[in-house]
Design a protein around this ligand. Sequence first.
Ligand code: OOB
Length: 541
Amino acid sequence: MDGFTPWPSDLEARYKAEGYWGDRLLGDVLRGDPGRTALVAGAERLTYAELDRRADRTAAGFLRLGIRRGDRVVVQLPNTAAFVVTFLALVRIGAAPVLALPAHRDSEVRYLCELAEARAYVSAETDGGFDYRSMARTLPVEHVVVDGDAQEFTALADLDIDTGEEPGRPDRPDPSDVGVFLLSGGTTGLPKLIPRTHRDYVYNLQASAEVCGFTRDTVYLVVLPAAHNFALACPGILGVFATGGTVVLAPSGSPDEAFPLIERERATVCAVVPPIAMLWLDAATWSEEDLSSLALLQVGGAKFAAARAAEVPAVLGCAVQQVFGMAEGLLNYTRLDDPRELVERTQGRPLSPADEIRVVDEDGKSVPPGEVGELLTRGPYTLRGYYRAPEHNARSFTPDGFYRTGDLVRELPSGHLVVEGREKDQINRGGDKISAEELENHLLAHPAIHDAAVVGLPDPMMGERTCAFLIVREAALPGGGPALREIKDFLRGRGVAAYKFPDRVEHVDRFPRTPVGKISKKELAARLAAGRPDDQGRGTT
Ligand code: OOB
């Protein structure tokens, strides 16, 4: 596939010889007993046999539509059975789903369709008050498939028809093919696509299921978006399928929705981001639901404070596991039998014995053991390049193929990593990643804005919130420049996902600069922390 950077042949040979890469395809992950429940979604309950059949029939439907091996299909579905069926159907015919988040809007989805040259777009009809069909109308794709009332488009249900005919024999994908595209949190003006091959992603989910002790008795509650790597394959939905357990889809992580499902389905495992974990710690003290089935709470996506991690066993009655992962590949897990100290205070250690880790200083030299530096990594399930992004790849990888994570870590003698911060120009808002540059570019399109700098503002609940520092054009000054409300309306109008909207806007006359003349975001953050966002002391909106 053009735009895809393969692993060099010596590493490929090694990963195969050492058993990391096999021949299993993503379409073959359903390994449960046919009669056991694979999926619970709303009122729907599907056994392994039923899910398998639905995936096959829908695969035939996509083939009838003309979707073929090697095609890309942008999929934007909430946590519904349709997500699971569509994902399995596409990977079975070797068409790679490009997994957009339900929160994405025109700006993100259009870009993904263009970059991936997607043949089709699959969405919900409406969700959370948003009509995906109206967005779909102007997307540059041949086919739009809608779960629900499809209006002028193709209904997903119409792809799932048993015609009685033998479906055209699909061209079986190769394990080295790209199976799925995940989205990068992004550090540049535009989001990046992460190609995950069948064999690297199958290893990712199987090895994760093993480390997390998943079995056929696992009942996994999905509260994060199913399209996110954590919920999909760490071990996630696919890791459960590979071990024969049951997946229960929840619409969100709100205790009102999640707790009754835990009680009703006797859920044993759930993956959450720190703000949800903290919400649950609060809610569990007064909620009446029986959460006693819960055995493991996986927490990741952003740093989980040691003090909160320590509360989980007593308050929620289950073990806690910290997960420091990335859609690009590398996963770190605290192990189920790690001493409490490591579980509470570290973000885990690499999943695979073949994961290579380097912690380096600004010159790319390894720091002394135990000191903080940037984490570089390569391994059997970490990408070697973003899709169709040669210039960005030249910066994001070392010449010997290590991915520069942009995360600052400290490595303990046990191999466990402690995340100490970040070097990349990104905001981690409770696990949602926001590229500062992408948001700045949107803000710069505002007629009253001369310059913009986006920084993270420490927040006890979200870890960080987003603050946009703005220099307003002189002509706009008499009105005082755009306030937060106006900025949000402006971004909504541009079709930007709401989680990227700033939480706060500060108007300033000029930006502090580094000695080389770059905007000093460190200084901006320090001023915010000190409560004097503008040196001149102008107001907040
Ligand atoms: C997960 O994946 P992404 O791609 O949304 O974000 C990756 C970035 C990491 O580079 C790091 O900056 C941050 O999110 N991060 C954490 C963390 N887990 C992720 N920072 C501190 N502590 C943690 N535990 O977020 C993701 C993917 C798979 C599993 C879990 C999380």
